[in-house]
Ligand binder design. Sequence first.
Ligand code: SAH
Length: 251
Amino acid sequence: MYNFFVDKFARVDDRFTISGKDHNHICNVLRMQIGDTFLVSCEGTSHLCRLAQIDKDELIAEIIEEDYRNTELPVRFYLFQGLPKADKLELIIQKTVELGVAGIIPVEMSRSIVKLDDKKKKQRKERWQSIAESAAKQSKRNVIPEVFDVLSYKLAMQKAAEMGLFLVPYENERGMAATKEALAKIKPGMSVGILVGPEGGFDDKEINLAREAGAVVISLGSRILRAETAAITAVAMGMLHIEMNADGETQ
Ligand code: SAH
């Protein structure tokens, strides 16, 4: 979320008057409209505000929530998860939402044991979304991450190719050099896809298709992790990397 810094004189009651460079940035560069939200920081405290009025040289931002704690990561991590058994995906959703994912995309893979018909997909999606919602509330997220429709592998690759970076933890990959290099590429503002295989892992064809979609294949260490451990580890690794390297950035 965008964050603008003002001095205490900008505030009268629950309204901030913003002028100068920030006025230009909000109105002419970002082209925000009445009702759009952003953070205003004043004397070390951030407030969630909505754009209430735009004039030629200044604008009014009205406080929606005082002392607002932005808990969202400046990077959107999307977990593409090869469909594992039901209870495992529920655990993966709960834990990765706590860790800060922006969304979870269940993917049908050749070694997925579970096969869902359309009716089951719809029922499960509702349950998965409600798990995401509870986890978001519990962990004090500002947004509720979305659990997307179950995608075929082909469609998942199309979606993954749109990401700024597409990471694939692969059980047969050796050495941590690629992992280290990939982490260094994660920068605020990016969308990062992470594809983790189901219990049976990837078949050769799937790994090749992922590489064609631009995947950076990485290792998560010398041990074979269960699918749920791998998903949680991969998201935690990205989350901690960005938390440690993007201090103070809130966009
Ligand atoms: N059945 C496979 C393991 C699959 S583990 C075997 O015995 O080889 C499920 C998924 O977790 C994998 O497809 C991969 O995405 C991820 N994973 C597990 N261990 C990993 C590791 N050490 N490095 C990278 N990814 C790993």
